[in-house]
Design a protein around this ligand. Structure first.
Ligand code: ADP
Ligand code: ADP
Length: 228
């Protein structure tokens, strides 16, 4: 069964300036552990798709489901990584990583062990007690990923995660992040308008057309076989 399913999903925004049909007739299944990229021009509905999955907006028509259960609001199974990392400058990297568990409550000693292990795996072991201002853009994004992963989401949403970074950093980081996400067995959806980035990171690339956003094509890149 799919981890994520969109069934005939449509969505319109209403604003004082009028009505915008952002998405129409979206049908898409995503397998557990699959990495899917959504590409298309600005305004084609990419962010709206992520918002639906995150439970931030309800679909106007159709259903969005995780493991067969319709999404009705924000839940703990979905984590975000955003373009602009939102690290707090006055907190250390470790303290930033622990922010989510602090807000959720629960076993902080376990959360701290998890955070330290994640940061070490992401090459930030020596920088745990540094402030974000002392880190490079790429390191900040890895710290932002650690913070998301510390909440142990099954599904990771990446919204233009590298677009604020310089070209060299993004090339390196795109591969690194894709590897990390695969190794940890997460199901991921990447939204980007950078097609090379989509192809290098994803198993499948979904192309959206604009106004209304519809699926125009789905390209299979690869799906790693079990154990491979
Ligand atoms: P993308 O992420 O691909 O740029 P979006 O999902 O942000 O596309 O937007 C899809 C369409 O919906 C665009 O035409 C955009 O202008 C419109 N839209 C997005 N959010 C709102 C909103 N809150 N109110 C009105 N229109 C919106
Ligand atoms: P816009 O949303 O207007 O297109 P961006 O989000 O691309 O702008 O970037 C805004 C600014 O924030 C950029 O000039 C960039 O230098 C800075 N910035 C964003 N993310 C980071 C980061 N991870 N590390 C350092 N600086 C960043």
């Amino acid at each position: 069964p799919p981890r994520i399913s969109f069934r005939n999903v449509g969505l319109r925004y209403f604003s004082p300036r009028g009505e915008t049909e952002a998405l129409r007739g979206i049908d898409l299944d995503i397998r557990p552990g699959e990495f899917v990229a959504i590409v298309g021009q600005s305004g084609c509905g990419k962010s709206t798709l992520l918002s639906l999955l995150a439970g931030l907006v309800p679909p106007g028509s159709g259903t969005v489901a995780i493991d067969g259960v319709p999404v009705t609001g924000p839940g703990r199974r979905v984590g975000f990584m955003l373009q602009q990392d939102t690290l707090f400058e006055w907190r250390t990297i470790l303290e930033n990583t622990l922010l989510g568990p602090e807000l959720q409550g629960g076993d902080m000693a376990a959360a701290r062990r998890r955070a330290e292990a994640l940061l070490t795996r992401y090459g930030l072991g020596e920088f745990m007690h540094h402030k974000p201002g002392q880190l490079s853009g790429g390191m900040r994004q890895r710290a932002a990923l650690a913070r998301t992963m510390c909440l142990e989401p099954d599904i990771l949403l990446l919204d233009e995660p590298f677009s604020a970074l310089d070209f060299q950093t993004r090339l390196m980081l795109a591969d690194e992040i894709a590897d990390i996400i695969r190794r940890e067995g997460k199901t991921a959806i990447l939204v980007t308008h950078d097609i090379p980035e989509a192809i290098s990171m994803a198993d499948r690339v979904v192309v959206l057309s604009r106004r209304p956003g519809r699926i125009r094509a789905i390209h299979d890149i690869a799906f790693p076989s079990a154990g491979g």
